[in-house]
Design a protein around this ligand. Structure first.
Ligand SMILES: [Fe+2]
Ligand SMILES: [Fe+2]
Length: 335
């Protein structure tokens, strides 16, 4: 919640005004990174560090908000009142994650309006996984288990990210992602122990979400030129391939308990490297989806735009109320 209380700080205020100030700021920044301590919004930071973080945190926020859609589609079709309540709580959590992260991004000097405009104009990226359709109820299980599972793997190390507001937002997000993963696992477990058709439906959902979930960690290390710098700045702690390998190891254990299989006969533990390996992934498909040519890209943006338009009256009412409150306060101070 800490990130929500932080005020937006314009970039100009933290930028150095002279070469000496820049050199001092850089030295202070380098010391904080070397001590593995935290950079706060009012600290001097290199322009490239600010830009990298702004891109990462805003993309993360957009992913949470767009990620509500595939599951929200199933709230009215959940098979019981209990399932409906759990799914609704999960989707609301994702909205909350978006809010913490937009607040964290605002501390880097970007307004929320600008971030939202970029998203609905199709200029901003979000996680490619949310451009795949959720076809059956079992997809609610596979998304929770695999997608939220991959998110946890990715985000637990981000709790130690060098930028304070981002790291603090991640702590709360990760607690909620654990609940999401467990609810997904439990949906799959129940289906797996149900009728043969239900078990098949669970297996089919795992088959469709497995590869996109593995690609959530980003391109292979050799094709990820920015990762090295992010690691040097203590934003990222582990490489894409390292995190992907850990995730595969986690899933191998859990899929046995589910009584299902991973759709990948090349999964194995390499005794020499001490790492989990997996079969090839379709990186061409990944790039296509990122470029806006996935199965649901257009639909996701269209719905986001419509929700933004439908919510205009709420934003106007909130702004009018805030103006009224501030006028009242000023009158009280003046009296
Ligand atoms: Fe989330
Ligand atoms: Fe989640």
């Amino acid at each position: 919640m800490a990130a929500q209380n932080l005020q937006s700080v314009p970039a100009e205020r933290t930028a150095g005004t002279s070469e000496t100030a820049d050199a001092e700021g850089q030295a202070h920044f380098d010391r904080i990174i070397a001590e593995d301590s935290r950079i706060e919004p009012r600290d001097w930071m290199p322009a490239a560090y600010r830009k990298t973080l702004l891109r990462q945190v805003s993309q993360h926020a957009h992913s949470e908000i767009i990620g509500m859609q595939p599951e929200a589609n199933w709230i009215s079709r959940a098979p019981s009142l209990k399932r409906k309540a759990i799914l609704m709580a999960k989707v609301q959590d994702e909205a909350g994650h978006g809010l913490y992260l937009y607040s964290a991004a605002e501390t880097l000097g970007q307004s929320r309006d600008k971030m939202m405009d970029d998203l609905i104009a199709g200029k901003a990226r979000y996680s490619s996984i949310f451009n795949y359709p959720a076809r059956t109820w079992a997809d609610m299980g596979a998304i929770g288990w695999l997608v939220d599972g991959a998110a946890i793997c990715n985000q637990v190390p981000l709790c130690r990210a060098s930028y304070g507001p981002y790291g603090r937002a991640m702590v709360r997000v990760c607690k909620e992602e654990s609940f999401h993963q467990r609810q997904g696992f439990e949906i799959l477990l129940e289906l797996s122990n149900g009728t043969p058709e239900q078990k098949q439906m669970a297996q089919d959902a795992v088959n469709r979400w497995y590869a996109p979930a593995l690609m959530m960690f980003g391109p292979p290390d050799d094709d990820s030129p920015n990762s090295k710098q992010s690691m040097a700045w203590n934003i990222k702690r582990f490489s894409n391939d390292e995190l992907r390998s850990r995730f595969v190891g986690m899933m191998v254990e859990q899929v046995r308990v589910l009584g299902l299989t991973l759709p990948d006969d090349q999964v194995r533990f390499n005794e020499d490297t001490r790492k989990w390996e997996h079969g090839p992934l379709d990186w061409h498909e990944f790039q296509e989806v990122l470029a806006g040519r996935g199965p649901c890209n257009a639909q996701r943006l269209e719905r986001r735009r419509a929700a933004h338009d439908d919510g205009a009256w709420v934003r106007e009412a909130a702004a009018a109320y805030a103006a009224k409150q501030s006028a009242k306060q000023q009158k009280e101070y003046a009296a």
